[in-house]
Design a protein around this ligand. Structure first.
Ligand SMILES: C[S@@+](CC[C@H](N)C(=O)[O-])C[C@H]1O[C@@H](n2cnc3c(N)ncnc32)[C@H](O)[C@@H]1O
Length: 242
C-alpha cells in the first residue's frame, strides 16, 4: 500500500488574491512579512529569477508578478535580449486575479498565455517537455494537504513539462512552524498560526517539512539543491526524471 496521502482540493481565495489584495501584495507581503517575519532576502530571490528564467518559462502562482516582471530579459546566443516574439511566458494560477494583473505587466516582453488551474490537479494544461524553466515561489504552503507528500503532484507535473536537457525548476515554500530545519521568529510563529486557521484558507503548511521537500524533489529530479533562509526553504532542481 502507498504511504502517499491523497491530494486535497484547493479553493480559490478572491479576498486575498483579488484586485484589492493584489494591489497591497508587494508592500505588505514582499516588503513587510517576507523581510520581517520570514527573514527572506528579496535580493536573493531576484538573483534566482535573473539566473533561471528562460525564454520559454512557466510561472506558477505569480500573485502580482513582482519577481518575474523585475527579472532581466533572457539573452540569446548573441548576448542580446530575446525578442518578445521569440519569448514565451505561461502563467498558471488557481485564482484569476493574478493572471489578470500579470498579463499586461509582461505583454510586450513575451507572448503571454494564462491558465486558471490548480497546481495539484494533473495534468497541468502544458505539454510534456515543452518549457525550459518553471518557477513556483510561495505556492505550496498555500495549498491544502497533510504534508509535502500530499502535494507531490506539483513536483511530478513540473518534471513532466520541463525539457530534459536544460529544464530548471526553482522555487520556495514556507514549511510549517514546527519544522526543526527552518527558523521562525515570534512574528513568524504568530502569522503561521493565524494564516493556518482553516476558515481563512491562506496557509495549509502545518505538516510541511524540509526533509520531505528534498525527498519529493529527489524522486522527480536527478540534481537537487535545497537551502534554508529564515523560515523559507528554497530549491533549484534539474534533470527531470521521465
Ligand atoms: C503567496 S502568493 C506567492 C506569489 C509569488 N509567487 C511570490 O512568491 O511572491 C501564492 C500564489 O499562489 C496562487 N495559488 C494559491 N493556491 C493555488 C493552487 N492551488 N494552484 C495554483 N495557484 C495557487 C495564488 O493565487 C498566488 O498567486
Amino acid at each position: 500500500m502507498s504511504d502517499t496521502p491523497p491530494p486535497s482540493v484547493s479553493a480559490p481565495n478572491p479576498r486575498v488574491y483579488g484586485p484589492r489584495g493584489l494591489m497591497r501584495y508587494r508592500r505588505l507581503i514582499i516588503g513587510l512579512s517576507s523581510r520581517h517575519a520570514w527573514k527572506i532576502d528579496n535580493d536573493r530571490l531576484a538573483r534566482m529569477y535573473a539566473s533561471h528564467v528562460s525564454a520559454n518559462h512557466l510561472e506558477v502562482g505569480p500573485a502580482d508578478g513582482h519577481f518575474l516582471s523585475q527579472a532581466p530579459d533572457p539573452v540569446d546566443a548573441s548576448g542580446g535580449p530575446v525578442p518578445a516574439e521569440r519569448r514565451r511566458i505561461q502563467l498558471m494560477d488557481l485564482n484569476p486575479g493574478p493572471l489578470r494583473m500579470c498579463e499586461p505587466k509582461l505583454a510586450g516582453r513575451a507572448r503571454v498565455t494564462s491558465h486558471v488551474h490548480d497546481v495539484l490537479s494533473a495534468p497541468w494544461p502544458v505539454a510534456d517537455a515543452s518549457v525550459d524553466s518553471v518557477a513556483m515561489f510561495h505556492v505550496l504552503h498555500c495549498v491544502p494537504g497533510n504534508g509535502i507528500r500530499a502535494k507531490a503532484t506539483a513536483f511530478s507535473e513540473a518534471a513532466r513539462v520541463l525539457s530534459p536537457e536544460q529544464g530548471v525548476f526553482f522555487g520556495a515554500t514556507l514549511p510549517g512552524a514546527a519544522d526543526g530545519h527552518t527558523s521562525n521568529n515570534w512574528l513568524a510563529r504568530r502569522l503561521q498560526h493565524a494564516y493556518n486557521q482553516p476558515e481563512r484558507n491562506i496557509f495549509h503548511n502545518r505538516g510541511d517539512r524540509v526533509t520531505d521537500l528534498r525527498a519529493v524533489l529527489e524522486e522527480h529530479f536527478t540534481d537537487v539543491e535545497v537551502t534554508v533562509m529564515g523560515a523559507d526553504a528554497l530549491w533549484v532542481a534539474r534533470g527531470p526524471r521521465a
